[in-house]
Design a binder for this molecule. Sequence first.
Ligand SMILES: Nc1ncnc2c1ncn2[C@@H]1O[C@H](COP(=O)(O)OP(=O)(O)OP(=O)(O)O)[C@@H](O)[C@H]1O
Length: 315
Amino acid sequence: MTTLSDASFPPGTVVTGKWNRSRYTIRKLLGKGANGIVFLVQRGENGKHYALKMGFDPVDLQSEVNVLKSFQLQRNHEALRQSGIPSYLKDVDDYAVRGRDIPFYVMRYVRGEALHHFIRRQGTDWTLLVGLRLLQKLAQLHQAGWVFGDLKPQNVLVSDYGQVELIDYGGVTSIGRSVKQFTEWYDRGFWNAGSRTADGTYDVFAFALLLIHVLEADALKALAAEGLPQLRSVNQLVALVERSERLGPFRNWTTQALRGQFRDAGHAAQGWKEMMARPTPLRRRSKSTTPRWLMNAFAVSVILLIGVLIYALLF
Ligand SMILES: Nc1ncnc2c1ncn2[C@@H]1O[C@H](COP(=O)(O)OP(=O)(O)OP(=O)(O)O)[C@@H](O)[C@H]1O
């Protein structure tokens, strides 16, 4: 077991790769997970920003690197090329410090915030657009023969314009193999809703749980905590979806996703688009999308315009 901690690498620390000799200056901590610590760094040679992940366990880090390298080998695959995933990995090396070698890899720095924070800040109206973009990203992976595996809000970063990027490829599994890295809430095995064999429906199920998490976090938390594990079922989730007003506009789509009726993310994205085209407005907004100052300014201009028209008619 290692004692890797962010406190050992304050901003300004220069990480020099033992083999490739590239130099990265740590700017800040981006996040910590089960497998490692991720820092925002600047590369010595070009000053560009990247994310650098140091691994707690060399074996776990190596399996992430192997997946990212497989994407590079598939760089000519049309769907993958469009996703930008093959160019995600930039460098792999060891950092020799205090008498030990810490494995690390360098990846594209993704600007954005985790999906649930984004929706909380920007409002639930964004769920439709962001959801579609996420399904399209997953569809690109599925077309290339991969399943993302560990889909959860923390692994989806959303930019201010609603662009979506997947991070943390530790759960990526080739179709037909067994998903090894997952998070309970989003895992269909946890809900007794199917196997952990990687197929398109596995990610679509996780997407449905992610949607329920984003819009009905408390109800999902209560359901996951209640009763015996063997009593968990899709029917419980469907009942939650049917009770929820916030999930109302997504009811049919989510039920189909939970029941494995979309064969992969491409098929699910098609269903999502059809849902977007239907005139069922989101009933409750968590936040108005129009700023109050803009509405006030609009009201003042209308009053002024009416005043000017009356004046013009009278004189
Ligand atoms: N490429 C990136 N760009 C920006 N931020 C990133 C990037 N990669 C990771 N992060 C940040 O670092 C955090 C931890 O990274 P990551 O999820 O890869 O670690 P992990 O140990 O695999 O986590 P988990 O416990 O979820 O499996 C992320 O939640 C995110 O905030």
